[in-house]
Design a protein around this ligand. Structure first.
Ligand SMILES: Nc1ncnc2c1ncn2[C@@H]1O[C@H](COP(=O)(O)OP(=O)(O)O)[C@@H](O)[C@H]1O
Ligand SMILES: [Mg+2]
Length: 253
């Protein structure tokens, strides 16, 4: 494997995955100017690009759809070559972060056929980066298909409720059942109040997950969301940004 650190964020919809991923990326950009970063939006409900303030025109799903349709593969090109070309087109390059959006598979099992092709390509791509950050969905589609494998850190997000923590525990169970290769798995609670970690301590313990930290409910995050402003522009002293900075210092990424 390459030099890169692979960090994935997973959890139920609405539990702060994209918010955390965006703020983590922002922390890395501000503190490690020399790190090359690949961000992968693997949630079908993709919106990491909006949090980053980046426009995306092509997704991996769109490329895969075209590859399946042999008429779209130019003559003289193998499927591998066409795939590589299309995926490179889908890669949005910014100054320090490149963004790849997996997109929404249109039909059932849409990823199945080109699975190996995509896996091979991503394995080749990721070694070019110091950090790879993946914003997943709760179903763990790409992790279960081993399209993205060998994680250094998996962060499972939960909202600040007992039910949310139990649900994060079930995601952890899936990770173990699937035998996903991951070095360290943590729980992250989003939109937390002052007392949340203490009140939920019993539930957290039952999951077997180590609590990485809690991001406080931050009205600025709500306001940015309301106005459609990228979270990359959140002020450094915003409570959510402060919390993510603290977490990142502990994570050593
Ligand atoms: N710390 C926070 N404070 C306030 N609102 C938050 C916070 N984290 C997330 N949110 C809001 O909660 C909603 C879901 O967050 P999001 O990061 O999009 O979740 P996911 O990616 O898991 O679906 C969004 O409207 C977001 O603005
Ligand atoms: Mg999201």
């Amino acid at each position: 494997m390459g030099k890169e650190k692979l960090v994935a964020v997973a959890g139920k919809g609405g539990t702060g995955k994209t918010t955390f991923t965006a703020l983590m990326l922002r922390y890395l950009v501000e503190n490690f100017k020399d790190k090359d970063i690949l961000a992968v939006d693997a949630d079908p409900n993709a919106n990491l690009n909006e949090a980053m303030g980046v426009e995306v025109k092509e997704t991996i799903s769109m490329a895969l759809d075209d590859i399946k349709d042999f008429r779209k593969v130019p003559q003289g090109m193998t499927k591998d070559m066409f795939m590589e070309m299309r995926v490179n087109q889908a890669l949005v390059e910014t100054e320090q972060i490149d963004l790849l959006v997996m997109g929404n598979p249109h039909g059932p099992g849409c990823y199945c056929y080109p699975n190996d092709l995509l896996k091979k390509f991503l394995e080749k791509l990721r070694v070019n980066y110091d950090v790879v950050a993946v914003d997943n969905e709760a179903g763990l589609e790409h992790l279960s298909r081993r399209i993205i494998d060998d994680l250094d850190v998996l962060i499972i997000t939960s909202d600040a409720t007992a039910r949310g923590v139990r649900s994060a525990g079930r995601v952890y169970e899936i990770v173990r059942t699937l035998g996903i290769k991951v070095n360290k798995v943590y729980l992250l609670i989003s939109r937390a109040g002052e007392d949340t970690a203490r009140v939920l301590a019993g539930e957290i313990e039952k999951t077997g997950l180590e609590l990485l930290g809690a991001i406080p409910q931050d009205d600025l995050v709500v306001e940015f969301d309301l106005q459609g402003r990228p979270l990359f522009q959140l002020p450094a002293d915003a409570p959510a940004m402060q919390a993510v900075s603290g977490i990142m210092r502990r994570l050593d990424i």
